[in-house]
Design a protein around this ligand. Structure first.
Ligand SMILES: [Cu+2]
Length: 258
């Protein structure tokens, strides 16, 4: 299936969601003699374009907001269990084995619910690793102490629980959370471990929460590649991470707005 998209000319950043952190790590390892230009050429050597190839047949999936509770001390608790999909999620062909985060209610087995908190709040996220391998959960773009960052230095073993807690002290933003285990970040994100994390402050309104029926939609875009059986290819063809040939928006191929 030859799907393509706009020529990607960005330097390694967060744009290819499944490659974001991987891009950054590779960047740090690049020898000083290798220029920005060389790496940019490598990233765009095989451009993709969706122009005139899609019919927008599928209704865009919108991830639900995670349910949260606020205790007597004002701490907002958000769940973000990560699990391997027992069944299979239809993405492009018949089915694709996937991983996802769940709050116990939103459990589609791919990506995860949207977490939401406000500036000034103290939050605790309950992360349960129900995978069969080590993972971490990193809060991309969040201002927080290193002990809560969820980088490779904070592995969560299978069956273990990790409960970072911190105070939100930054402007309103759309962030995302994803695994960051050493050597497995790209593969775990590709399988589906990623979700949005909204931060509110006085400049935006929770009542304007993007949802079906409004004019704004929670969405994240990524490129992936499938093998002939519909399974994700877990390693990329770009030097900076996975650059796929199929674009998914919230896990929806060929999407239209609800
Ligand atoms: Cu990140």
């Amino acid at each position: 299936m030859g799907v393509s998209g706009p020529r990607l000319t960005e330097k390694p950043s967060c744009l290819p969601a499944s490659a974001a952190v991987v891009c950054w790590l590779v960047w740090l390892r690049c020898p000083p003699s290798q220029s920005w230009a060389v790496r940019t050429i490598a990233l765009t050597a095989d451009p993709i374009s969706t122009v005139d190839t899609l019919s927008f047949d599928n209704r865009l999936r919108i991830p639900a907001l995670a349910e949260s509770t606020v205790d007597d001390n004002g701490v907002r608790t958000l769940p973000a269990g990560c699990r391997r999909r027992i069944g299979r999620v239809p993405l492009l062909v018949s089915s694709t084995p996937t991983w996802g985060y769940t709050d116990g209610r939103y459990d589609v087995g791919y990506l995860g619910p949207t977490l939401r908190a406000a500036r000034g709040e103290r939050v605790r996220v309950v992360v349960e690793n129900r995978l069969s391998e080590i993972t971490t959960v990193h809060w991309h773009g969040m201002h927080l102490p290193a002990r809560n960052d969820g980088g490779p230095h904070q592995p969560i073993a299978p069956g273990e629980r990790w409960q970072p807690e911190w105070s939100i002290d930054q402007p309103a933003a759309t962030l995302w959370y994803h695994p960051h285990p050493h050597g497995q970040t790209e593969a775990q994100v590709t399988r589906g471990l990623a979700g949005l994390f909204y931060l509110d402050d006085g400049s935006n309104s929770r009542s304007a929460a993007p949802a079906t029926g409004s004019t704004t939609f929670r969405s994240s875009c990524r490129t992936v590649r499938f093998d002939s059986r519909g399974r994700f290819l877990l390693r990329g063809r770009a030097v900076t991470g996975l650059l796929g040939d199929t674009i998914l928006v919230n896990g929806t191929y060929n999407p239209h707005l609800p």
